[in-house]
Design a protein around this ligand. Structure first.
Ligand code: DGL
Length: 287
C-alpha cells in the first residue's frame, strides 16, 4: 500500500550526481521529508543528446518515481528542465514539479556591469525555453549574457575527478574567455558545476583581482519546493519515523554511494536499476 500523501517521498533526479548539489539544500530545508534520489548515470551526459532523447528519459524516470509513490518531483537538472519539464507536467498535471533553470534573473541583479557569463550544457543553451528566458531577462534588465557551453565538464565531475589538473584545464578554457569579455557574474547553469565551486573560485582568483559573483539556484529550488508542499498541504510533519533517503542509479551503485559519501558525507542505501535503451526501466536485483 502506498503511504498517505504527506508521508510519501519526494522524487529528485538528474542525469547523474549533479543533482546532489540540489539535494543538499532540500535536506537542509525539509529535513523531515522522505526522499528518493535517482541518478541516470547510465545515460549521462544529457547535455550532448538530442532533446527527444532527454525527454524520453525524463518521462521514464517520472514514471519510475510515481510508481514509488512520489508526491512531488524535482528535476534537479537544467538540461532536463529546459528540454522536458513541460512534457513531465503535461503527463502529471496534479503533481508539484519543480525544475532548475540557469539563474539569469538573480545574475542580472547581482551583476554590477551587466555582463554575465552562463556556464551550461550545449543542450541547455540551445533549448527554446532557455533562449526565451534569456531574451526576456535581457530585455527587462539590459544585461548581456555570454553563453558558454561546457562540453565534457559534467562528465569529468561524474567520474569523480573534482580536483584534478584536467578539470582545472577545462575550467580555465571555459571561464577565462568570459572574464576577458568583462563578465563580473557567472551562472552555474548545470547542477554538476556547484560540485566544483572551489576549483572555479581558484581559477577565477588566479586570473583576476576583480570580484566575480557565482550564481547557483539550488537553494531557491529547495525553497520553491517547500512552498509548493505547503500550498498543497502535503508537508511531512511526523518525526516519529526518521526521514529516509534512498538512492537509485541506472549505472553502478558503487559510484553513487561514493558520491553520497564524498560530496554529502552520508551513506544511504543505493539500488541499481537496469534501464533499457528504449527508455523503459527494470528494477535491479538488489532493490
Ligand atoms: N546536471 C545536468 C544539468 O544541470 C547536466 C549534465 C549532463 O550533461 O548530463 O544540466
Amino acid at each position: 500500500m502506498l503511504p498517505t500523501l504527506p508521508d510519501a517521498p519526494i522524487g529528485i533526479f538528474d542525469s547523474g550526481v549533479g543533482g546532489l548539489s540540489v539535494l543538499r539544500h532540500i535536506r537542509a530545508q525539509l529535513p523531515h521529508e522522505h526522499l528518493i534520489y535517482f541518478a541516470d548515470s547510465g545515460f549521462a551526459p544529457y547535455g550532448d543528446k538530442p532533446e527527444h532523447v532527454v525527454t524520453e528519459r525524463v518521462l521514464a524516470i517520472g514514471a519510475f518515481l510515481v510508481e514509488r509513490g512520489a508526491k512531488a518531483i524535482v528535476v534537479a537538472c537544467n538540461t532536463a528542465t529546459v528540454a522536458a519539464i513541460a512534457a513531465l507536467r503535461a503527463r502529471y498535471p496534479g503533481m508539484p514539479i519543480v525544475g532548475v533553470e540557469p539563474g539569469l534573473k538573480p545574475a542580472a541583479s547581482a551583476s554590477r556591469n551587466g555582463v554575465v557569463g552562463v556556464l551550461a550544457t550545449e543542450r541547455t543553451l540551445a533549448g527554446a525555453k532557455f533562449l526565451l528566458l534569456r531574451d526576456q531577462i535581457a530585455a527587462a534588465t539590459g544585461a548581456r549574457f555570454l553563453l558558454q557551453p561546457c562540453h565534457g565538464l559534467a562528465d569529468q565531475i561524474e567520474f569523480g575527478t573534482l580536483d584534478s589538473n584536467e578539470t582545472d584545464a577545462l575550467l580555465r578554457r571555459f571561464i577565462l574567455p568570459l572574464l576577458d569579455e568583462g563578465a563580473d557574474t557567472l551562472v552555474l547553469g548545470c547542477t554538476h558545476y556547484p560540485l566544483v565551486q572551489a576549483s572555479i573560485e581558484r581559477v577565477i582568483a588566479a586570473a583576476t583581482d576583480r570580484p566575480v559573483t557565482l550564481i547557483d539556484t539550488g537553494e531557491a529550488v529547495a525553497r520553491q519546493l517547500a512552498r509548493l508542499l505547503a500550498a498543497g498541504g502535503i508537508v511531512r510533519s511526523t518525526t516519529d519515523v526518521p526521514a529516509r533517503l534512498d538512492g537509485y542509479t541506472s549505472a553502478s551503485s558503487t559510484a553513487l554511494s561514493s558520491a553520497f559519501t564524498g560530496l554529502l558525507g552520508i551513506d544511504p542505501p543505493v539500488h541499481e536499476v537496469a534501464a533499457d535503451g528504449a527508455g523503459g526501466m527494470l528494477i535491479g536485483q538488489n532493490n
